[in-house]
Design a protein around this ligand. Structure first.
Ligand SMILES: Nc1ncnc2c1ncn2[C@@H]1O[C@H](COP(=O)(O)O)[C@@H](OP(=O)(O)O)[C@H]1O
Ligand SMILES: [Mg+2]
Ligand SMILES: [Mg+2]
Ligand SMILES: [Mg+2]
Length: 415
């Protein structure tokens, strides 16, 4: 059992790993990704594995998780924290501005590029001896046009101002060219070989503009597997959110979630003052579970989620918030399920899920596509998933998968 004093609530800590048997989906996910990380020729062997083969797998998995990634995690936390500071400054100004400029997209653009430039610069400064590869959402194309020059100047000023207030400030004043180069360092394609950082400089841009939830999401891939992830959620309350929310005396906001393979998930305040280990909810009765989904109906079918939730027996109404803050909230047990069903034809990107996925799996949860397959981050910037993404704890996954399957079949036969 463990106590999460920071959240003002006590939660059961789910037993972490049991390497003695490989029958559950969660274990299937660990083995598949571990194998793809260590052997290019041995993916997707999990379902046929049984216990007498566990020994070599255990060795591989433990050598994998014993790689420390400590300095990479420190660098990622620093970079995401600084980027969050930049974004908060812009969001505050945006919300104080008049109605006309609220509909103007430029503040979010400035924050988005500024965040990407900062993370790119910080990672390279903190890890100078490592080869740098970054797969990031934005590129500098528009900023190189004549029409983008004012925006580029604003971004450069904002990045310089943010760096000037950083504790161990060691950058000389950056030029617009330095900023363009830093943004374009995010042009890597990722893949299954070597190490690649994966960045969403502002995830939940719609939430950012509305003044709601957004996240800076940064992960590291090693041989196609996510080995660490950091989620800075500047507007997420430190206290529990969700439909079972109890009254909390704290209204402090700003959470940083971080996870490293084999090492669990932690949450701290964005100013770094307190940290606590977090675990997903252990609930096994769907009637007591609540679920997250996108605030934006265009990003995920609310109708399908409600059919699935009803079939499963979930009583609580959905909790709709933007961004990977959903993964963060789920990792600390605020809700037990996250459902994401984009329109047919939409291709998910790795930066929208890499950090969130490790934050949840290291907290004891399972992230899979709608057919129960683990997410494969090794194929470049796209994530090819079957129909949608579902996230929950080990207790609820079997019945959730069944409810998803039945709901999708019903939907297909009604068309
Ligand atoms: N039609 C669509 N279907 C599903 N996801 C979409 C989408 N259009 C945009 N998105 C993604 O949804 C992300 C936000 O997720 P959420 O709905 O959970 O807040 C966006 O991230 P960005 O805001 O970084 O662009 C974007 O990548
Ligand atoms: Mg995103
Ligand atoms: Mg984004
Ligand atoms: Mg986007």
């Amino acid at each position: 059992m463990g106590t999460q004093s920071l959240l003002g609530a006590t939660r059961t800590v789910v037993a972490i790993r049991d390497w003695s048997c490989y029958e559950s989906i969660r274990k299937k996910s660990i083995i598949t990704t571990t194998f793809s990380a260590f052997s290019s020729s041995s993916t997707k062997r999990s379902s046929s594995l049984c216990c007498h083969r566990c020994s070599p797998l255990k060795t591989i998995a433990s050598s994998y998780s014993s790689m420390s990634y400590d300095k990479e995690l420190d660098a990622a936390k620093k970079a995401a924290t600084l980027a969050a500071r930049l974004c908060q400054k812009v969001q505050k100004a945006l919300l104080q501005s008049d109605v006309h400029s609220k509909s103007d997209k430029s503040p979010v653009t400035v924050a988005d590029y500024g965040s990407q430039a900062l993370v790119s610069l910080m990672l390279q400064r903190e890890l100078p001896s490592e080869q740098f590869s970054l797969v990031a959402e934005e590129d500098s194309g528009d900023l190189r046009k004549e029409s983008g020059q004012d925006t580029l100047k604003r971004i450069t000023e904002l990045v310089n101002d943010t760096l000037a207030n950083e504790q161990s400030h060691s950058f000389s004043t950056l030029t617009t060219d330095d900023v363009l180069k830093a943004i374009d360092n995010g042009k890597s394609e990722g893949g299954s070989v070597g190490r690649h950082w994966v960045l969403d400089p502002i995830d939940g841009t719609k939430g950012f503009v509305r003044g709601d939830q957004y996240a800076i999401a940064l992960a590291l891939l090693h041989e196609g597997k996510v080995v660490l992830g950091v989620l800075a959620c500047p507007n997420l309350p430190l206290a529990t959110i969700g439909s079972n929310q109890q009254h909390s005396s704290s209204n402090e906001i700003g959470c940083l979630f971080y996870a490293k393979v084999g090492n669990g998930t932690y949450m701290q305040t964005l100013d770094g003052s307190t940290q606590t280990k977090v675990n997903v909810s252990a609930v096994d009765n769907p009637e007591e579970a609540s679920f997250f989904e996108s605030y934006e109906a265009a990003h995920s079918s609310h109708d399908l989620s409600s059919t699935i939730a009803e079939k499963l027996g979930v009583k609580a109404p959905p909790v709709r918030i933007d961004s990977q803050a959903k993964y963060g909230a789920l990792s600390r047990g605020d809700g037990a399920i996250y459902l994401r069903f984009p329109n047919k034809g939409y291709r998910e990107k790795i930066w929208d899920h890499a950090a969130g996925a490790i934050v949840v799996t290291e907290a004891g949860g399972i992230v899979s596509d709608a057919a129960g397959n683990p997410l494969d981050f090794s194929k470049g910037k796209f994530l090819d998933v079957d129909t949608g993404i579902i996230v929950t704890n080990q207790n609820l996954m079997p019945s959730l998968l069944k409810a998803v399957k039945e709901s999708l079949n019903e939907k297909a036969s009604s068309l």
